[in-house]
Write a protein that binds this ligand. Structure first.
Ligand SMILES: *Cc1c(COP(=O)(O)O)cnc(C)c1O
Length: 411
């Protein structure tokens, strides 16, 4: 009887509503099956790893050694051509772009390029493309060169700043927005410049948040990282330290127990990384994130919206959901700036807004980062949101919800 009553109480539209919601969910589930992920691709990646190890003459032990990985970054067109069985024309194009912009791919990241590689989001992010030689765009759209009050520092906000500690990366993203700094050789910020940067922080008491980045902050060796972190940690007004690094994505071997012991000593420490596609979320990447979390680090993700890689609502939803599974909280999606040599990656802001709209309501709020565009001339980040306000009157506001249903509420 009780059961019957309960059932009768459920109004008919509740069942209809459930059906609507189920349909919305299944539309996604049917389409997301086609999106490749690092987990689904893992056995192919392991085969590719074996091929790469053979061609580099390395062992399993070497593979786990981040210094071996760095030293054996692939940066020669012919070598890449052999590993991926590229066409002669493709090798020539890569060689041509190499003369202008450097590139390098860690063996690990290269192993994620498996079948159908010309469409691979890994290939697109890592391998030079002839379109990089097209003209147009700026070198320094954020005007970082003019917001630097001390060596290696970019300061654009009242309470926080960036220290750029190196120009080195495990893989030089083809969409890099700091292309002008990448240069031709690896170069870390000099000891003297670093001293001056740290001194600037110490002398400016309003700086409570210091973001150490590059290049890739975690490509410095352990001693230097420990030195920077301990100096910052000892400054009373520095409340939090952040590190910018892509190694969880491109070189997870770098997250060693020794490094984690260092990181553990300087809480609260936040690390923002850059996963751009679910294919990058591999068992190895997850293990690296697990080690960081064990060390008390809080992880966030700053994706870049890239044409043909993740400018798709299904891919972006999957990316953010996969990130939550490995305990990396989606923080930002960046609108790509018009940096010279990267224009072919740019999507319209319209596309970005559509993607944001496709996330809200359809998935966990935790899986929804803030979409931001860097204002030209170093004017800071501007958040962009789909419009949920339809119109305003003195005492009523008309809104639309995530499904586009109109709603009115008291102002
Ligand atoms: C992005 C950025 C920061 C950090 O900004 P948040 O929005 O706090 O993450 C700090 N300084 C500069 C110069 C930046 O570009």
């Amino acid at each position: 009887m009780k059961e019957k009553l309960a059932k009768a109480k459920v109004p008919l539209n509740s069942a209809l509503r459930e059906e609507e919601l189920r349909q919305d969910a299944w539309e996604y589930l049917d389409r997301v099956k086609e999106v490749s992920t690092g987990y689904r691709n893992h056995s192919l990646a392991l085969q590719q790893k074996q091929r790469i190890l053979e061609s580099l003459g390395g062992s399993e032990k070497d593979w786990l050694d981040w210094k071996w990985q760095l030293k054996h970054r692939i940066k020669d067109a012919n070598q890449l051509g052999m590993i991926l069985e590229l066409r002669q024309k493709e090798i020539q194009f890569i060689a041509k772009v190499s003369k202008r912009y450097r590139w390098a791919i860690s063996p690990y990241y290269l192993s994620l390029i498996t079948d159908n590689f010309r469409d691979s989001p890994i290939y697109k992010q890592a391998v030079p493309d002839i379109r990089e030689l097209k003209s147009g765009g700026c070198l320094d759209p954020m005007d970082e060169e003019n917001s630097s009050p001390a060596p290696c520092i970019t300061r654009r906000y009242p309470d926080r700043l960036i220290i750029n500690v190196t120009n080195q990366c495990a893989m030089f993203c083809r969409h890099c927005q700091r292309r002008r700094n990448i240069g031709e050789n690896d170069s870390h910020c000099s000891r003297e410049d670093l001293q001056k940067a740290l001194l600037y922080v110490a002398r400016n008491q309003e700086i409570r948040d210091v973001l150490v980045t590059g290049g890739d902050a975690l490509l410095l060796n352990d001693n230097i990282i420990a030195g920077i972190l301990s100096t910052l940690h000892a400054i009373p007004h520095v409340e939090i330290i952040r590190l910018g690094t892509r190694v969880p994505v491109t070189l997870p071997q770098r997250i060693t127990p020794e490094l984690c012991d260092i990181l553990r000593s300087y809480p609260p420490l936040y690390i923002n990384t850059q996963f751009n596609h679910p294919l990058e979320i591999t068992p190895e990447a997850k293990e690296a994130c697990d080690r960081l979390i064990q060390a008390g680090v809080v992880l966030g993700n700053q994706a870049v919206l890239l044409k043909g890689i993740n400018d798709d609502p299904i891919v972006m939803r999957k990316l953010n959901q996969e990130l939550l599974r490995i305990r990396v909280r989606p923080y930002y999606i960046f609108q790509a700036k018009d940096v010279v040599g990267t224009l072919h990656w740019r999507c319209s802001i319209e596309t970005g807004l559509e993607i944001m709209e496709s996330l809200r309501g359809h998935t966990s709020g935790l899986a929804i980062p803030t979409y931001v565009v860097n204002a030209p001339g170093g004017r800071g980040k501007v958040p962009l949101m789909p419009n949920y306000i339809l119109s305003k009157e003195e005492d009523v506001i008309y809104l639309q919800n995530w499904e586009g249903r109109a709603i009115s509420i008291l102002n």
